[in-house]
Design a protein around this ligand. Structure first.
Ligand code: HEC
Ligand code: HEC
Length: 439
């Protein structure tokens, strides 16, 4: 079992101090929702970079990279950081600059923050992302919040580290579109500020590997885990509503969610770091012929670029983990996502086709979408409407308090939408009146 203890258990005094701190912060930030209404827009509909940076400054007032983040076990935290990229303030501030720099894209319109936008839970809140020249890929942008805690990176786990991952969007033709790493280096190497910053951070000239390292260092400061639910887990029984409390019980029992999304005081991330086919791609794919096409394409071209292209720019994207392992059992399988801050990162699932958390519940309630590769942990759940509402309330309690305003806005927006339409709802399947594969 992968029950790594990620968080150290905290003493009650610490909990109440944190709670007090949060209340003070909340009162400082309760205008967040109002501010969001007038976000200035830049390229591709993302919030303007300068605006995003200012918001990030407010969100991150007290980051001290020399310390283990509050509540984490220091040994585990250090194990997440590669030896050649120890966290230093110089590296983090260089990575922050790069994260927002559109010069790293071929036409100067796209940065990491275009698709992982600070004002939108570090996603773009689009079904699939838009890169240079208005090109759309096949996958939904996950959040860059808490990615420091992942064991593999990308939805199919095709990248082993944040350092490695950060270089790939820069050269991906439909994302930032640079022909190669050198082109990215050339785009910034004459900038005296960057020259000095690379020297300070890594004692080297501007180079592509250090671009990846610096961005990864910055991402390690995006730890946002201070949610009402975390306080509840740490012993504050009143931190969440009674609906959310009921939802938490259902999450562990009747809903069976915990089998793939483990959550407990020592590992409250909500992922088993494994890959499962929960049937999302089965709605519109013929896996058999796709798998054959995928194997053929990978045989002809074994490069990393080819895998990138298949994963993002072709129908074979839906094969998920299979493209990485070629294991039959990985067909249509994706990594169980972290479900922290889930309220503010719609739409959901690897292809962004599931619009609200009520729709997510409808998908699970009917046992996912029947297909030959469906994970054995998936079955009809027979959850009532009240039970669905309770699990949704629980899911909305997983958002860091610093995003409380956006979380509330999402809750209201998603609720209103779910009252109008529930495209995935199928009570006949959920209550086994109809059986999968039965005509
Ligand atoms: C055009 C939109 C776009 C841009 C630009 C972009 N990303 Fe992404 N990002 C995505 C999409 C889509 C995925 C999911 C791809 C997949 O998993 O196959 C993703 C996945 C990720 C992940 C993996 C998260 C996880 O849960 O595994 C990280 C980390 C990440 N991006 C960081 C970055 C960084 C750093 C940059 C800038 C160098 C960047 N992204 C640029 C759209 C984008
Ligand atoms: C068999 C393992 C499994 C079970 C059981 C399971 N999940 Fe998931 N969950 C996953 C995987 C894998 C994904 C990603 C699927 C994809 O993107 O195609 C996911 C995605 C999600 C997402 C969307 C995340 C995002 O960022 O888009 C939510 C929310 C979620 N699950 C909640 C739940 C809840 C609530 C339950 C219980 C009713 C549950 N899950 C049961 C494995 C599971």
């Amino acid at each position: 079992m992968h029950t790594k203890k990620i968080f150290s258990s905290s003493c009650p005094l610490k909990v109440s101090l944190i709670a007090l701190f949060v209340v003070v912060l909340l009162s400082l930030w309760n205008t967040e929702a109002a501010v969001c209404a007038q976000v200035p827009k830049g390229d591709h509909g993302a919030a303007e970079m300068e605006y995003q940076k200012r918001l990030l400054d407010r969100l991150q007032r007290s980051v001290d990279v020399s310390k283990t983040p509050d509540g984490f076990d220091s040994v585990i935290w250090e194990a997440f950081i590669p030896q050649d990229n120890a966290l230093t303030p110089e590296r983090v501030s260089l990575g922050r600059k790069l994260y927002f720099d559109k010069r790293l894209s071929a036409d100067g319109t796209v940065s990491c923050a275009t698709c992982h936008d600070v004002t939108r839970g570090f996603t773009d809140q689009l079904t699939v992302s838009e890169g240079i020249k208005e090109q759309f890929g096949h996958r939904n942008a996950p959040t860059t919040l808490n990615v420091a805690l992942l064991q593999t990176v990308f939805l199919d786990g095709r990248s082993p580290t944040l350092e490695h991952q950060a270089k790939l969007p820069i050269t991906n033709p439909i994302e930032m579109g640079m022909p190669d790493g050198q082109a990215a280096v050339d785009a910034i190497k004459d900038d005296a500020e960057y020259q000095a910053a690379f020297q300070k951070a890594y004692r080297r000239q501007v180079n592509f590997d250090d671009i990846g390292r610096a961005i990864a260092a910055f991402e390690r400061t995006l730890i946002f885990v201070d949610s009402p639910f975390r306080r509840f887990l740490n012993g504050d029984k009143n931190a969440i509503s009674s609906e959310a409390h009921q939802g938490w019980k259902l999450f562990n029992e009747k809903g069976r969610c915990v089998t793939c999304h483990p959550m407990n005081p020592s590992n409250p991330l909500g992922t088993d770091n494994r890959f499962h086919n929960v049937g999302v791609s089965a709605r519109h794919q013929d896996f058999d012929s796709l798998a054959k096409q995928g194997l053929k394409a990978l045989e002809e071209d074994t490069s990393e670029q080819k895998l990138e292209e298949l994963a993002l720019a072709t129908d074979m994207s839906e094969l998920g983990r299979f493209l990485v392992t070629k294991n039959r059992s990985d067909i249509g399988a994706f990594r169980t996502p972290l479900i922290l801050n889930i309220g503010i990162t719609p739409p959901y699932m690897h292809d962004g086709t599931v619009e609200t958390l009520w729709d997510v519940m409808d998908h699970y309630n009917k046992g996912g979408e029947a297909n030959l590769f469906l994970d054995g942990g998936m079955e009809p759940l027979a959850l009532t409407e009240d039970e669905i509402n309770n699990i949704v309330a629980f899911l909305f309690s997983l958002t860091d308090d610093r995003f409380a305003g956006e979380n509330q806005r999402q809750l209201e927006r998603q609720k209103a939408q779910a009252e109008k339409k529930r495209p995935l709802k199928d009570d006949d399947m959920a209550f086994r009146i109809k059986i999968a594969f039965e005509k």
